[in-house]
Ligand binder design. Sequence first.
Ligand SMILES: [Zn+2]
Length: 208
Amino acid sequence: MFLEPLSRGHRSGWIEVITGSMFSGKTEELIRRLRRTQFAHQSLVIYKPDRDTRYSVDKVMSHDENSLESIPVKKSENILEVPRDVQVVGIDEAQFFDMELPAVCEKLALSGIRVIVAGLDMDFKGRPFGPLPSLMAIAEYVTKVHAICPHCGNLATHSYRLSDETETIVLGEKDKYEPRCRVCYNMGKALDFRAMNNKKNGKDEKEN
Ligand SMILES: [Zn+2]
């Protein structure tokens, strides 16, 4: 589990990245870290891209509906309008931000802010996603979290798209994506058929 570094004396900022596939618990881990700063009475602001409206327009919300208030912004540079006294900035769904996000996070960290960023590392084709790879390179701390592959039980690193849409960004949940390990991800649709047959036989695919 991630433990915050001890900071003594003058305030200094840094960047943390929490990343992994869909259903890996990124947002839960972000919320866990942010709640601890709240308990310590540190001032905190959370941002997310305004296109992510799957659950709520002004909240960072995990799949289990644990939530914190957040500010939807259009561009990463809007995050620089953060109030002066803020000590911690949380950023969720960072993969949907523009490529200026790493530079924005660096400015925040240099001004003494602890920046905690959560986002997908790969898109549905297994390609590095948006600004996340650059953020991982410049961050002091990177935590990769994993889901569990429903087909084989290994650690899932990939987000497999169940639907046929081909655009990079298709918002959706369990109806559109499932986490898979590298091997099952590369088996692609072959595993979809197995799941479909199991459904036909009246078995829950999660049991297999
Ligand atoms: Zn697997």
